[in-house]
Write a protein that binds this ligand. Sequence first.
Ligand code: NAD
Ligand code: TYD
Length: 341
Amino acid sequence: MKLLVTGGAGFIGSAFIRLLLRSSVKRVINFDKLTYAGNLENLAEVSDDSRYRFVRGDICDSALVIQVLEEERPDAIVHFAAESHVDRSILSPEPVFETNLRGTFSLLEAARMCKVPRFVHVSTDEVYGSIEPPHEADENYPLRPSSPYSASKAGSDLLALSYFTTYKLPVVVTRASNNYGPYQFPEKLIPLMISNALEDKPLPIYGDGMQVRDWLYVDDHCRAILAVLERGALGEVYNIGGNCSLPNREVVRRILQLTGKPESLMTSVTDRPGHDRRYALSSEKLTRATGWTPQVSFEEGLKRTIEWYCTHQDWVQRVKSGEYQNYYARNYDRRDAELPI
Ligand code: NAD
Ligand code: TYD
């Protein structure tokens, strides 16, 4: 297969491209704007592969997207590109709507014009909003997004599905739970806590820290997307969960144990506005359709992730220089002044 991957320089997109290029894929085109979250270092191990091409571009730039689609004629688009962080979407919602909604619209239009044979839209379980125990969301659960990020993803999911219903564009949507693993930008819970712990800095817990997330190792997510790409039914949605629900405090406690740092580093900070209390997901539909199940336990995945951050401190220090410092100051040092509460 020949694939066009959007957002391939980010955390999950780069893991997906590395996975593809370890297989017999024919060609992979990575279309990425290189925002603060995009980093070509994540793809250093594949950059010389003759099957790989990088195009720097914005998915909102229809002319460039169409040009690349006409040049390459891919068998499928796998669409990861997004502004992916809830906290940033609260501080600055505009880029989230620009990329996640307008960008997805431009890409769908380009795919329709160029008759792309398959379009995998990568989404999130956050579109279901907070879920009361003991329920878990299947694919028919109502969409009740809480943050600008999750609302933009819910909107783009519906738009993608409407292109299947209206234009017969061969769309499949995936909704995964919280990912973790190597190369994740240290703004999300696990890499931020690992990075702060390694530097003996405070670990900021929002509110009471008893919010529950379902953790999915990034390579398991990538294998699920590949399964959906190859065997998913058109017009369908597939949840991808990690079968590992934990409160944030417990995740952070395990990180402190594994890094040999004291629990006194945990610091309570003002809660995130609109904070979803609990995500819980059923991925039975995907397992039934493709046989996929997660392979990496949280214990194993967390060990691998911490090991990676310990041995890639140069990567961490580079991504934390510059713009990251401004974000950190806004979201943490000046939290009470900056947040809309
Ligand atoms: P990320 O923030 O690490 O990477 C996003 C990538 O998209 C970056 O390389 C960035 O440069 C690129 N990008 C952003 N705007 C762009 C634009 N306008 N045009 C082209 N490229 C652009 O994100 P991630 O964590 O790898 O997430 C990838 C996808 O998976 C997103 O769609 C996200 O909603 C979804 N998802 C993420 C998680 C998670 O836990 N991280 C869970 C479920 C679903
Ligand atoms: P995050 O990784 O931002 O993912 P999401 O909000 O998309 O689930 O956050 C995961 C959980 O961790 C969420 O409940 C918010 C919480 N959290 C903190 O308590 N402190 C932090 O510094 C961060 C980044 C997250």
